[in-house]
Ligand binder design. Structure first.
Ligand code: 523
Length: 131
């Protein structure tokens, strides 16, 4: 079976990490995630990330580097995470989210992350704190 990839962005701006609260589906609503979505067939993961951040948040972002690792979501679906730099726009919860927060490295434990996002969030917080 082909494995489908979900890309997510650890979006950095001014020393903070962007967290997004999901509004759907019901079993995930209210939990916080690194924003992103499924890579379409034939699409490069970095392009998918740029597209998802544009659609969901109305911003332009530049993927920087992959956070090492890969986290299973369900059979046939894995999460991969890239750091990304906000290039333009102020993120707004246009689709799939109902709240956004910018978190300083020492604030990243303040939201209820989806468990599968936590390892990448921890690594992103370490990268931010290291400057
Ligand atoms: N996750 C997840 N963490 C995370 C993202 C972006 C997604 O655990 N940071 C999970 C949640 C869903 C699956 O990945 O089970 C697909 O994410 P979703 O719904 O954001 O992807 P879309 O918007 O591409 O999905 P479609 O509804 O199919 O368009």
């Amino acid at each position: 079976m082909d494995v489908r990839v979900v890309v997510a962005g650890a979006v950095f701006d001014r020393g903070r990490l962007l967290a997004a609260r999901r509004s759907a589906p019901p079993e995930l609503a209210g939990r916080w995630e690194l924003p992103g979505g499924k890579v379409e067939p034939g699409e490069r993961p970095e392009d998918a990330l740029v597209r998802e951040l544009r659609e969901e948040l109305g911003v332009e972002a530049e993927p920087l580097e992959r956070i090492p690792g890969e986290w299973p979501l369900k059979p046939g679906l894995v999460l991969r995470v890239w750091t990304a730099r906000l290039v333009s726009g102020e993120p707004r919860p246009l689709e799939d989210h109902d709240a956004l927060r910018w978190l300083a490295p020492d604030e990243t434990d303040e939201v209820d992350w989806l468990p599968q996002d936590r390892p990448a969030v921890g690594e992103a917080a370490r990268m931010l704190a290291a400057g």
